[in-house]
Each structure stands twice: as C-alpha cells, then as structure tokens.
Ligand binder design. Sequence first.
Ligand code: AMP
Ligand code: GLY
Length: 419
Amino acid sequence: MKILIIGSGGREHALAWQLKRCASVSEVIIAPGNPGTARVGRNNPTDPPSLIANKVDLTIVGPEAPLVDGLVDRFRAKGFLIFGPTRAASQLEGSKIFAKSFMARHGIPTARYEVAYSLGEARAALKHFSLPVVLKADGLAAGKGVVVAASAREAESTVTSLFDGTLVGEAGSKVVIEEFLAGEEVSFIAVSDGRNIVPLEPSQDHKAVFDGDQGPNTGGMGAYSDSRILTGQQRQEILDTVMRPVIDGMAASGTPFAGFLYAGLMMTAAGPKVLEFNVRLGDPETQCLLHRLDCDFAAFLYEAARGHADEKLLRFRADPSVCVVMASPGYPAKPRTGQVIEGIEAAEANGATVFHAGTRATPEGIVTAGGRVLGVTHSGASLAAAIHNTYEAVKKIRFEGMHYRSDIGRKGLSRYNEH
Ligand code: AMP
Ligand code: GLY
C-alpha cells in the first residue's frame, strides 16, 4: 500500500515511522511533513492533498483542523479511502458545547456545566460554581482555550479575555463553565469504524510545562503508556459508560463516528469522567503508543477505514514506553526558534526514536522551528527502565535554551512501586 499522512508534527512523524515498518506498506507520503518524516517517507509540502490522495491506497489525518473542516467528507465524495471522522462527527472536538450537550443527552459521565454566550451570562453562571472553576472556549484553540481558575479574580479576567477575543479570538465567543474535577488524568484512545470499538492501550499526558504539574498548560510535555494505567475493570467501565454510548449515540444521530476517538478522562473517586473528546490521536500520546505496537498497523487501519475495525489485527508489546518532549526557550508563551540541534543521532544509537515536531532543515543542520521541538521516545522491560532509557537519550541532545520535564512517567513509578 501507499499511504498518505496529513500533518507535520511529532504525532505524524510517529505515524509515518510506524507505518513505514509495516509489511503491507511500500511507501509513505506526508503532506506537508517535517525533517523527521523526510527520513522515513517522502514529504510533499506543495501539492494539494486531494491530488496526492488520488495516487494512494489510504489517507490518515493527524490533526483536528482538517477533520473539523470536512476533509474526510471531501475525500469520500471523490471516492478516496480515508480514515477519520466526517465534519459532522468531528464536532465532538470542534465544539465543546456540542460535546457537553451530547454527553448530557446520552448520560455520559462528565463535569457539571453551564454555557455562556456573553460576559454577563458568564458572570451570572460563575455564581453557581465553587473554586477552582474551569473555563473553556467553545471552538478549537490549539490547547490554549481551557483555563482552570483558582480565584474569583482569575475567573473574572479569564471570561473577560475570552469574550473580548484577546485569549483565543473567535473560538472564545461562546464559553463552557464547568465544575473542577480532581483525580488523575488518562488518555483513552479507541479506533472505531462507526460501529465496532477497538481500544488502544492507555496513556497519560503531562500538560503542565514544569515538573510536578506546575506552570501553564502546554500542548503536552511528554507522555507514557503502560497497560497498568487502568485495571481491566476500569477499561471495561470506560468502554461501557463512555466509548460505547458515544459510538452508538453518534450513529443514532445520523452522524456515525469513524476514526480515532480520544477521551480525555479524569479518574475521579466516582469513576471516570470525560474532560474532553478529541477526534484524532493525541500528541505526544501517539509517540509512546506507536512505539509499543507489534503488528501491521497499516493493515489494521486499512480494514478499519473500510468498516471492519478488527481487534485481532492490533497488538501491543507489554513493555511500557515514554516520550519526553524537548521544548524551545520561552515555550509555551513565546517560543524562540532557530537554534541548531545537536545529538539526535547519538540519542538514537541505543534504540530511542527521536520524533521531530518543530524542526527545520537548513544548510547549518536541523534547527528548532516551533515550541515543541522533539519527542524523544523509548521503551523498557519496566516503566523504570523505559524512563531511564528515554532520559539517557534526552541527555545526548542539545540546543540553546532547551527545556523539558524530568518527571515524565513518575506518577506511574510510585503507583507501581518501581524505582
Ligand atoms: P481539555 O482541553 O478540555 O482536556 O482541558 C485541558 C486540561 O485542562 C485538561 O487536560 C485538564 O488538565 C484540565 N481540565 C479540563 N477540564 C477540567 C475539569 N473539569 N476539572 C479539572 N481539570 C480540567
Ligand atoms: N495530548 C493532548 C492532545 O493531543 O490533545
């Protein structure tokens, strides 16, 4: 098969890397791609995706924006095989209000909420919530649309900046105000063909920029995947109370969901509750999840795209995996870029894989070109070994002003009593 991957980040590099290893795949094309994907496939930053798709057997979409924009609908109308949700089904991520009211209608566990369409409504609604309180822009905001406000003052300044457009522009003209949920977060991603559900292994993202979950939220500073993140009973509960009702509810509404369904969950004392849905793979969860795959993932996705998501075609190694994101100075507020990166080859010498996110190839070598620069990924026989192996690789890489978290996966270590 020839496969087209849409996107240019670390998630797309991990997809290209894994798909290129599959026996069923002859070529991977990435549009537009990055210097990392250029090493495993062919980048095509110039042709319109619909032109490239004409010559491949399957298209896979990385980021949410093209999905919400209806790329899948347009490709299907042309008869191209593509794996991902339609524009209508992508509203699960494209509109937080859609997602919340869908969950309310289908009894899916989530935080109590109200919707505000003006600053006045938001102020009135805030009176019905205790602190901390969570404020979410309705539309897509590249991870910047959610604020957990610890004080009344912060809540007031956040709703003000949402409605005057200074926080995230038009995406913040409608706001969800919701109850704060305490617990540990889990990323639960499943593949669906609109009917069947095949869960991937659980993973955990680390959204805050600094160790110990301190500082502002980012797109994700690292992730780990370990099957022990959830017990068998918790997995089943998530499938029964979240995944199955979503897939059945979307089908019953005439907008069946096919693609990667990502539930961002808070494991609360009262069970798993949904923080958000994404209609795609997570970044950086994908980097560590795909590192654990032990199957022909392309064959699995090809069948899923044709309506037969088959769990027998999906297999993960037991070994836990870890991805540490190396970020530019100033990230997430104002990343400074253009620094030369050294040591990628040395980092990969012991089996780690360095996924490119924000890089650019220049005559001087690979330089930084975004906030999240690299996702250094490795696995190990235990979580402790996976963490050790990954940080050994991280230490080989250098660019001016770089920063990364040194505690990715550590919560798991204490939970499983590893050292
Ligand atoms: P979201 O994009 O909706 O997943 O929100 C981004 C991050 O904000 C989540 O990963 C959580 O860390 C945090 N968050 C969102 N909603 C809540 C909530 N109701 N209670 C506590 N934390 C939340
Ligand atoms: N890692 C969170 C996300 O992809 O949205």
